[in-house]
Design a protein around this ligand. Sequence first.
Ligand code: DX5
Ligand code: ZN
Length: 217
Amino acid sequence: MVQIAPSLLSADFGNLDRDVEMINNSDAALFHLDIMDGRFVPNISFGFPIIEAVSRKAKKPLDVHLMIVEPDKWIDRLAKIPGVEYMNVHIEACTHLHRTIQAIKAAGMKAAVTLNPATPVCLLEDIITDLDMVLLMSVNPGFGGQKFISRILDKTVQLRELIARTGSKALIEIDGGVNLETGRLLADAGADILVAGSFVFNAENPTETIQKLSQLK
Ligand code: DX5
Ligand code: ZN
């Protein structure tokens, strides 16, 4: 079975407690929080006050996806927030990725690396055994509700092979354009965790939608 990480980017921020409670009471495994700085991606989302507000109410671990330049600056601050399990940094934003990964772990979080759609899996060859998770973007980051890029199915298979070959314990997470159809293809390709934003929060029944997604495999 795949695990589901609903993305709060598509939540109703005027009713954040209600939406956090919905996820608490659903089959979701993680909260996915999308942080955008208007530099690494052409959009700004939210920052520490919202992460902290979610952390106070969340009964499941937080997976924080940092679409920002210089993520190293925020490692210690993020690590202090209770419930932050994964710190997800973009490979394209990290000049010294090995150093960043070690610093994330030393701060007590799990280390995850995100790849944009055009970034090849082979770049992970020399870091994969240090990672707790790899996040493959299946849209260009910055916005919810975009169309799934199907090339990511092949990348998921490639990443599964790299993990098997190296004995890495990294989980495979996919983010962008996930629905029941693309979710099924991703589960078959070897994904462990699916992020879903608009498909969950635009659904008539978000709880049921999370349940259906989590039963994909
Ligand atoms: C996009 C974000 C995603 C986004 C996914 O930059 O990283 O997490 O919320 O949204 P959907 O599921 O609507 O494609
Ligand atoms: Zn995300």
